[in-house]
Design a protein around this ligand. Structure first.
Ligand code: ATP
Ligand code: MG
Length: 422
């Protein structure tokens, strides 16, 4: 027999039993972004490959080794999006969203990176992201950090640490870069292969190395803080002061550089020690140069992206999970006649009771086996319709989650009974 076809390595099904938790997260996220006035932008999952090469940077993990790139039937080089900021900028330029306007945008969807799959690191994964265009900050930088904190509050996640840093302007980075290359060249024997290669092409990225053997060298490296000009310094100080005033705890991490090329000034990450090596759940910063780099008018921008699988993993192990019920009532139907009438009754009830989530038993079977299924469904009420009930025009009601007497309600009163019960 032929072997069953399996999902692609690093790409996962979200099963029906897992989706209530995903929905909880999605609902909280939506309510947070809407409360801050952000509007959703949906872009295609494939883009021209050049979009990512020109935005993320040629000498980055993503572009060098993680993109799903293929030729379509016209011979165009396309790529499954590895992230969505470039797509937002592309869409914004293409649709004139940045012309003398402030835009507050959010997005949600799958991203694709050909990485080594492990806990918290997948080849298809979901991100929620937030982007604000047309504002130089630091007020807006503070706003989006507060928005990210609001997510943790609404999700009930505790113990996340905020790390912030500044990358200065491109000029400041260029001077720092010279100093950094000097330092790293003097210790070139300690550089791993990736870092050797990046020493000339993208030395800042060496600070982002995931190789633990590189850690001591990185710890001792000169920091960008010493190379900041007055404006960048003032921007960073105002950011810190704003966070202090808002009561946000943070740690300044001078080695936080972020993996993508397009960042400038503010960068930040929310990290946890509860997910092992993949501890960053949210990452972002300011990327003032990107819109212009992709052909638009100069437009300041700031944003972040969160890894949804990592947040779901945190939620799964958190104690404060809300009850995630998906069904209110289960209709037990005993006998052929009840079986036929029941489907129609259920259809009517769903219309009459807004929001009612009612599961009808199909396929017959004994009262006992149906009752087991009612219990397993998570419903709080079992409605029982048998031949006796039908002939009397009533329905039996059993409470599955509280110890209450079984009741009988006239079919004519059932809708209003359920209305107040759910
Ligand atoms: P890392 O340093 O972990 O590789 P990154 O810098 O590549 O992360 P970003 O591109 O900034 O990550 O993406 C933002 C967030 O998306 C990350 O903080 C993480 O939560 C999530 N993320 C990134 N890559 C993956 C992946 N392969 N699988 C699951 N989540 C991911
Ligand atoms: Mg990465």
């Amino acid at each position: 027999m032929a072997k069953n076809i399996q999902a692609i390595r690093g790409m996962h099904d979200i099963l029906p039993e897992q989706s209530p938790l995903w929905h909880f997260l999605e609902n909280q996220v939506r309510s947070a972004v809407e409360s801050y006035g952000y509007r959703e932008l949906r872009t295609p999952v494939v883009e021209m490959t050049d979009l990512f090469k020109r935005s993320i940077g040629e000498v980055t993990d993503i572009v060098e080794k993680e993109m799903y790139t293929f030729e379509d039937r016209n011979g165009d080089s396309l790529t499954l999006r590895p992230e969505c900021t470039a797509s937002c900028v592309r869409a914004g330029i293409e649709n004139g969203l940045f012309h003398n306007q402030v835009q507050r945008i959010w997005y949600y969807g799958p991203m694709f990176r050909h990485e080594r799959p492990q806990k918290g690191r997948y080849r298809q994964f979901y991100q929620v992201g937030v982007e604000a265009y047309g504002l130089e900050g630091p007020d807006i930088d503070i706003e989006i950090i507060l928005l990210s904190r609001r997510f943790w509050e609404l999700l009930g996640l505790k113990g996340l640490e905020l790390q912030i840093n500044t990358l200065g302007t491109s000029g400041e980075r260029a001077r720092y870069r010279e100093r950094l290359v000097e330092y790293l060249s003097a210790h070139s024997e300690q550089l791993d292969e990736d870092s050797q290669r990046r020493l000339n092409s993208n030395p800042l990225r060496i600070l982002d190395s995931k190789n633990p053997q590189m850690r001591p060298l990185i710890e001792q490296a000169p920091t960008l803080m010493e190379f900041l000009g007055d404006e960048s310094r003032a921007h960073f100080e105002a950011l810190c002061a704003g966070l202090d005033e808002a009561g946000v705890d943070y740690v300044v991490n001078p080695r936080l550089v972020r993996g993508l090329d397009y960042y400038a000034r503010t960068v930040f990450e929310w990290v946890t020690d509860r997910l092992g090596a993949q501890g960053t759940v949210c990452a972002g910063g300011r990327y003032d140069g990107l819109v212009e780099q992709l052909g638009g008018k100069p437009t300041p921008a700031v944003g972040f992206a969160m890894g949804v699988e990592r947040l779901v993993a945190l939620l799964e192990e958190s104690q404060a999970l809300p009850e995630l019920q998906t069904v209110d009532a289960y209709l037990v139907l005993v006998g052929d006649n009840a079986g036929r009438q029941g489907v129609i009754l259920a259809d009517r009830l769903r219309r009459e009771v807004p929001g009612l989530r009612l599961l009808t038993h199909c396929g017959g079977g004994s009262f006992k086996s149906q009752f087991k299924k009612a219990d397993k469904s998570g419903a709080s009420i079992a409605l029982v319709l048998g031949e006796d009930e039908l002939s009397q025009g009533v329905i039996g009601i059993k409470h599955l989650r509280e110890s209450r007497e079984q009741e009988q309600v006239a079919l004519a009163d059932l809708a209003s009974y359920l209305q107040s019960a759910i």
